[in-house]
Design a protein around this ligand. Structure first.
Ligand code: PEP
Length: 251
């Protein structure tokens, strides 16, 4: 049984004080952590304070990005070692905005994925597809290529420890979510790729999240789909009431 995972991506929003106030407002209203996992990816400077504020609530703290290198002359980068010290249990790697705005490619994401696994930080590997691929019916091939490139050299033992997200770029940040059937199709295609290239048992256990304009009105329908194990939520996660409605979607 795959535990549902509701993860918020706060992008470049909220100060430290706002992030801590948010955690204080939600931490006693989260679902049972044995049944549903909840995490937030704030800006890196808020990780430690949020972890402290979260206490034993079960709230997971997620990094939005990480450097592949352990340490060295990489001005402006944030190491996995440091993120671990701050309390991050997960790191989102290869988000569409990192690819689109900062030129991250599959090779760079692959190095980060392997480094995170070595550091015992669970990677949330972000995959995407664009409308162009969809229009020419190339989305299956495109996601397959992207996923296999970023997983290059990831062993059978390591793949069990990753989370994968499927975020069609035409649905991220635009208010236009993929309908639940399309979201399911994308997640199913990823699970099939894992089954074909690793094993069916692993594919059956791995968690796959959908991301792209999830909100309190559509989360229930999306979470009801069999191959969708969770969601990655941007804008709608910034508001306490909306956030609580979404993490408690099962009630
Ligand atoms: C995201 O940035 O990962 C995301 C899913 O954003 P939004 O929910 O705003 O589309």
């Amino acid at each position: 049984m795959r535990k549902p995972f509701i993860a918020a991506n706060w992008k470049m929003h909220k100060s430290v004080a706002e992030s801590v106030a948010f955690v204080n407002a939600i931490k006693n209203k989260l679902p049972d952590p044995d049944k549903i996992e909840v995490g937030i990816a704030p800006q890196a400077f808020s990780l430690y304070s949020m972890k402290q504020a979260a206490g034993d609530s079960g709230l997971k703290i997620i990094a939005q990005n990480a450097a592949a290198e352990y340490s060295g002359p990489y001005t402006g980068e944030i190491s996995l070692r440091g993120l671990k010290d701050l309390g991050a249990s997960y790191a989102m790697l290869g988000h569409i905005e990192r690819r689109r705005l900062f030129g991250e490619n599959n090779e760079a994401v692959n190095k980060k994925v392997k480094a995170a696994l070595q550091m015992d930080i669970t990677p949330i590997i972000c995959t995407d597809e664009t409308m162009v691929q969809k229009e020419v019916n190339d989305e299956i091939h495109y996601v397959f290529q992207q996923l296999m490139s970023v997983l290059h050299g990831v062993s059978l033992d390591q793949i069990k420890r990753v989370v994968i997200s499927y975020e069609p770029s035409w649905a991220v940040g635009v208010g236009q979510h993929a309908n639940a059937a399309l979201a399911e199709e994308g997640c199913r295609m990823i699970r099939r790729t894992i089954a074909d290239n690793y094993t069916y048992e692993i594919a059956d256990k791995i968690r796959i999240l959908y991301g792209g304009s999830v909100n309190p009105d559509n989360i229930k329908e999306i979470m009801a789909k069999p191959d969708i194990d969770g969601v990655l939520i941007g804008r709608a996660s910034l508001d306490v009431d909306n956030f609580l409605k979404m993490v408690n979607y099962a009630e």
